[in-house]
Design a protein around this ligand. Structure first.
Ligand SMILES: [Cu+2]
Length: 445
């Protein structure tokens, strides 16, 4: 009896072969796996999937797609693990580790049935490996140091070779000194497009890696020994306002693939203005009957969640982690709570010793965005990027979904221009009176 996986792979082979041209079915036509042979060993060498023809390429905001070439029917990739400097937002540079000059690393994009050879060069000061999280690979390709392979010493290049038996969204990261190497930013996303899609392709297909860091204000090295008190929360290693917006044309089918390689935290990502369906995890695709509507998707540590929706509601919509401490930049967590405290002449007295001193938080921290306080070098404000109605009270894990009718390009279209009288405003005395609203404390317009 074939195992379930062999059956699935065999089915994929059959359906994949059926779509190939007669020429392509020649020498490379696969034979069905037998029970005696591991399924992956008999994977067919499909013609390498081509962008535009076999898939609509994904967009990695603030990131790039890993280039490849074809040699002997296989896609050749090259990852270089190395120290990198990343600018989380203007004013904050961090000395991280990453792949090919960046953290998060480039997105690897392939098509179901593609065979790949991935060369990994180690330019780190210590050994490393690469694990292909969620991808079904032969055991010796799985990348766990000690268990599956010897580590890649500094200065050496290792070769991984396998095929992608199923579509989905996966991740890559080291499995050597995990706490240090993931904490320093070594991560990336893998997208495997279906060879024969059963549903229309997304028009906009975004890839976002979630991560968390601790960088003391005034320093630049992520502290990987921190266990709970992270102070920077990133989409593709950028904090708001440096996160690129997600731009879609009204009516576009939009997909967002979230991966989470944070050290310790799950992130509930909330999207305003929309309801969506989770269609995929790193374990595979959810059948339509197993999906339900959501407005927030919890992306656990070490997991992927892919969501789909139709961009039918124009506007500028917040996309953010709903953990309130995850939408702040470099917030200190050891301050005293001063809500409702009467400071008396404290500001004046301390101001004699520390010019410019002010006591904050007496009525909440909503005004922090406007204060523009002096900051240590290589430090960014906790929040407060200016938008069309004032400074936004969030930083960190935030971006903006910008949906517009009749877009001719996916460049940032700027601020949303609201139709007349569709923005919340101060109520007039006449409106309050007409609707019988009393004791409002509102200043009549
Ligand atoms: Cu979060």
């Amino acid at each position: 009896m074939p195992t379930r996986r062999e059956f699935l792979v065999s089915g994929a082979v059959a359906s994949g072969a059926a779509m190939l041209s007669p020429q392509a079915r020649g020498a490379d036509t696969p034979s069905a796996p037998t029970a005696a042979v591991p399924a992956y060993a008999n994977l067919p060498v499909f013609p390498p999937g081509e962008p535009g023809q076999d898939y609509t390429p994904v967009v990695t905001p603030n990131g790039v797609t890993l280039p490849w070439k074809v040699v002997g029917g296989a896609k050749i990739f090259h990852l270089v693990a190395e120290p990198v400097e990343d600018e989380f937002a203007p004013g904050l540079k961090a000395h991280c580790w990453g792949y090919n000059g960046r953290t998060s690393g480039p997105t690897m994009e392939v098509v179901e049935g593609d065979r790949v050879r991935i060369y990994v060069t180690n330019k780190l000061p210590e050994a490393t490996t690469v694990h292909w999280h969620g991808v079904i690979v032969p055991n010796g390709m799985d990348g766990v140091h000690g268990l599956n392979q010897p580590a890649i010493p500094p200065g050496e290049t290792f070769r991984y070779e396998f095929a992608f038996p199923r579509p989905g969204t996966f991740m890559y990261h080291p499995h050597f000194d995990e706490l240090t190497q993931l904490g320093m930013g070594l991560n990336g996303m893998i997208v495997v497009h279906p060879r024969q899609p059963t549903q229309p392709r997304p028009d906009r297909d975004f890839v976002i890696m979630l991560n968390e860091w601790f960088i003391d204000p005034g320093t630049s090295r992520p502290n990987t020994l921190i266990m709970t008190d992270f102070n920077l929360f990133t989409f593709n290693s950028k904090v708001f306002p440096a996160t690129e917006p997600l731009v879609a044309r009204q009516g576009d089918r939009v997909r967002i693939r979230f991966g989470n390689l944070s050290a310790q935290d799950h992130h509930p990502i909330h999207i305003h203005g929309y309801s969506f369906a989770v269609v995929e995890t790193d374990g595979g695709q959810l059948p339509p009957t197993a999906r339900w509507p959501e407005a927030t998707v919890l992306v656990p540590v070490g997991a992927v969640r892919t969501i789909d929706f139709v961009a039918d509601n124009p506007g500028d919509w917040a996309v953010h982690c709903h953990m309130t401490h995850h939408v702040m930049n470099q917030m200190g967590h050891d301050s005293l709570l001063l809500m409702d405290v009467d400071p008396g002449d404290l500001n004046e007295k301390i101001g004699r010793l520390l010019p410019g001193y002010m006591t904050t938080g007496l009525t909440g921290n909503g005004g922090m965005g406007e204060m523009r306080m002096a900051l240590p070098p290589n430090t960014i404000a906790m929040k407060g990027i200016d938008y069309q109605f004032g400074p936004i009270g969030m930083g960190g894990m935030v971006t903006v979904l910008k949906v517009r009718p009749n877009l001719t390009s996916y460049e940032d279209p700027g601020w949303y221009q609201h139709p007349d009288d569709t923005v919340a405003r101060r109520a007039t005395a006449q409106e309050l009176s007409d609707d019988g609203v009393k004791d409002t404390g509102a200043k009549p317009a």
